[in-house]
Every structure is written in structure tokens, then in C-alpha cells.
Design a protein around this ligand. Structure first.
Ligand code: SIN
Length: 273
């Protein structure tokens, strides 16, 4: 029987906290199915006060999908799929510090990403999320028709993304490139979402950067309108699970001089259509 999860939305657009679950112990098939339903309904779900070892974090990830290795940062010893996302007190740039969806320079970008907060600055270092179903649905019919046939090129070396990885990368010289539709249809919900992002979208397929940028600039600011977003305040042991197929996220870099460490796992996805 499906358990009744205690689900508390944190904003009108997306995001919900799920209370009353210990991810180290409670992952029956029914609970996993209920978490997946909440993830599809709310796009990003959060759990509080989880004391998960790396092995337990991996076990939760395997319930949700297939963990992947991240190409630019070596994983934890013994857990190659867990990446430590760290900002040291002497660093001024935050990893993932601008709006993006993860690793779209792969032909099959990850369907989801999980983060667990290990160490946090005193009262900052939140993460913003934006609902890309709403971003798409708010466009005019004319703009929707214009975008329907367009594809875009994703490059791992686009400056907006690569500068957020400074000092952290092991293989920065490898440039990964893929192209994707501007509007994608979610393989599980069937809903359409806007699928470009400031960090990784270089230009439209068949157009120069100069030609692409006016429309892309409009889409980049449209897709993160405040009414499409939520903001999550972390505490040690908080866990987030978000759907990369219909959301953007951005780490807020407002804690220079403090250390923040998150552990991250991405889960395999499919070819966006
Ligand atoms: C990321 O972009 O995956 C990291 C987000 C964060 O650290 O809040």
C-alpha cells in the first residue's frame, strides 16, 4: 500500500519538503514509488536531518536511478559517482553558481541530481530552482511556434559554466558538445518545458552566436522569473533531489570566507525529445 508522505510545498511554482522519512532505513518499494510521485509532481523534493554515510547516499541514489560519474571532478575515494562540491574560504567562485541544468553537453543529460549538505556557512549558501514547465507555458503561442523547430548547441567550455568550475577540475581541456531541442517533452509526465540554460547554451543549431544571442538572452531572463522559482535553505543533513528535465538551479554565492561542502550524485537520463 502506498504510504501517505508528509509533503509540504515551499513555494507556488515548485519544491516540496518531505518529512517523516529516514532515507537510511525507510526505502521500501512503496516509499520509493511515493517519493518518485512527489518528485514528478513537485520537480524538486527535499528531506531534512538525514545522517547518510556515502554508502547510504549511494543506496538512496540507486533506488531513484542509475548513478553516473561526473567528467570534470574526481569522485570520493571508493565512491566515484559521488562528487564533493566544495567552496573553500579562500575561493570566490561557487561551483554551479549560475542558472543551469546539469551536464547538458552530454547527448543523454542526467534525468536527476541529488545533493546532501555536509558543511555549510552560518546562514547562507542557499540554492534557487526554476520550473521550466511554467516558463514554457507562459510564452505566447507565437513564441512557442518559433521555438518548436529550434535546437541548441551545448558546450562544456562555455565561459558561464567553466568559470564556476575553476580550481576544481581534473579534465578541463576535454570539450564536450551535444545538441538538444529548445523545447523538450518530459518522458514521464508528457509535459513540455523550456530546455535552454545560461551556463551551457552556446547558440542555436545552424546559427552563429551573434544571431542566437538576442533570443537566447530573452529566454534566459524569462525562464527564471521569480514566480517560476523557489529557494531552499540548507541545514547539515538536508538532501535535495531535482528533475533536470524540467528545472534549472543555481547555487547562491553569498558566503565568501566560509566553507561549504555538498556531496552530489547525478542519475542517468535519456535523449531529450
Ligand atoms: C550544482 O549546481 O549541482 C550545485 C548546486 C549547489 O551547490 O547548491
Amino acid at each position: 500500500m502506498s504510504p501517505n508522505l508528509d509533503i509540504r510545498p515551499i513555494a507556488g511554482a515548485l519544491g516540496a519538503e518531505i518529512h517523516g522519512i529516514d532515507l537510511a532505513r525507510d526505502l521500501t518499494d512503496d516509499t520509493v514509488a511515493a517519493i518518485r510521485r512527489a518528485f514528478l509532481d513537485h520537480l524538486v523534493v527535499f528531506f531534512r536531518d538525514q545522517t547518510l554515510s556515502p554508502a547510504q547516499f549511494m543506496a538512496f541514489a540507486r533506488c531513484m536511478g542509475k548513478p553516473l560519474e561526473y567528467p570534470f571532478v574526481k569522485g570520493l575515494d571508493g565512491f566515484p559517482e559521488i562528487t564533493a562540491v566544495v567552496k573553500r574560504p579562500d575561493q570566490t567562485v561557487a561551483f554551479g553558481g549560475n542558472w543551469h541544468t546539469d551536464t547538458t553537453y552530454f547527448p543523454e543529460p542526467p534525468m536527476a541530481t541529488m545533493l546532501i549538505a555536509r558543511e555549510l556557512p552560518p546562514s547562507c549558501g542557499d540554492t534557487n530552482y526554476a520550473n521550466q514547465y511554467l516558463a514554457y507555458e507562459a510564452l505566447s503561442d507565437g513564441m512557442k511556434s518559433l521555438l518548436a523547430g529550434l535546437r541548441w548547441v551545448s558546450r562544456s567550455d562555455k565561459a558561464e559554466a567553466s568559470r564556476t568550475r575553476e580550481d576544481r577540475t581534473t579534465a578541463e581541456r576535454t570539450v564536450l558538445i551535444a545538441d538538444h531541442p529548445v523545447v523538450r517533452t518530459h518522458p514521464e509526465t508528457g509535459r513540455k518545458s523550456l530546455y535552454v540554460n545560461l551556463a551551457h547554451t552556446a547558440h542555436f543549431v545552424g546559427m552563429t552566436e551573434e544571431e542566437s544571442m538576442p533570443l537566447l538572452r530573452y529566454l534566459f531572463q524569462h525562464q527564471v522569473r521569480p514566480e517560476f522559482t523557489c529557494r531552499f535553505r540548507w541545514a547539515p543533513g538536508s538532501v535535495a533531489l531535482w528533475d533536470n528535465r524540467c528545472t534549472l538551479h543555481a547555487a547562491i554565492n553569498d558566503y565568501n570566507g566560509f566553507r561549504r561542502e555538498m556531496h552530489r550524485i547525478t542519475l542517468a537520463g535519456d535523449v531529450p525529445v
